[in-house]
Design a protein around this ligand. Structure first.
Ligand code: MD3
Ligand code: FE
Length: 220
């Protein structure tokens, strides 16, 4: 008798857009908390500054990166991996601010993932010209968990392909406050970000910040 009620509660709201099976766009979901998210981020970046990681192939990434939470994504000549410590300081990554964690959990729930428990938040900073080549996110232990991504600042053209690198990716413009939850069939899709176009954002100036909340390990 309550089935219909629950069906309504679980039904996609008009604010949800299915980009592809498993990829849910929550347009503007972060807009009303943007300043709070950025303030929490300031504390994290004071303890673990953005840096340009080197790929196993020896290229320096154009995106500046840092992390918070129990695990952080790192790259060096030895490979890509998650590590509990910041290689720059030898210290554990800064804790994931409760506000960030709660926001990611709320976004995952809105997209149909009620059990999301992030243990890593990767912080990417793009300046004009920064890009991220087509890749898969496969350094996590549990592909059944989605990845929640939050776009802040300048808009970016996001490339979204399939599980086959050769497939021509679709392009989406992600704007300030957009949140995408990548799970299910989309979880292992190739994706990337086209070189950031110059511009000026009221809150962030000439840059774009992307946060990705992940379940990287099996147990905390
Ligand atoms: C689709 N970051 O950090 S977020 C990354 O805008 C990354 O900084 C991009 O790709 C950025 O690894 C894109 C969107 C995203 C994140 C993870 C995905 C899309 C994804 C995993 C699977 C499929
Ligand atoms: Fe990625």
């Amino acid at each position: 008798m309550t089935a219909d009620l629950f069906d309504d509660l679980e039904a996609p709201s008009p604010a949800q857009e299915l980009l592809a099976p498993g990829a849910v766009l929550l347009r503007g979901f972060a807009r009303d908390v943007d300043a709070a998210l950025l303030q929490a981020l300031d504390d994290v970046l004071a303890a673990a500054p953005l840096r340009h990681l080197v790929t196993p192939g020896g290229h320096t990434m154009s995106v500046g990166m840092s992390n918070c939470g129990p695990l952080g994504w790192v790259s060096d000549r030895r490979g890509y991996r998650y590590d509990a410590r910041d290689p720059l300081t030898g210290q554990p990554w800064p804790a994931m601010p409760g506000l960030l964690r709660a926001f990611a959990v709320r976004a995952a729930r809105a997209a149909g993932y009620p059990d999301f428990m992030p243990d890593a938040c990767l912080i990417n900073q793009y300046l004009p010209g920064s890009k991220l080549s087509l890749h898969q996110d496969r350094d996590e232990q549990d592909f059944s968990a989605p990845i929640v991504s939050v776009s802040l600042g300048l808009p970016a053209v996001f490339l979204f392909g399939s599980e086959r690198r050769a497939d021509r990716p679709q392009r989406y413009r992600l704007q300030h406050g957009d949140v995408v939850v990548w799970g299910g069939a989309a979880r292992l899709a190739f994706h990337g970000v086209a070189p950031l176009a110059d511009g000026e954002h009221a809150l962030l100036g000439r840059r774009r910040i992307n946060l990705t909340f992940r379940r990287a390990g099996l147990d905390l």
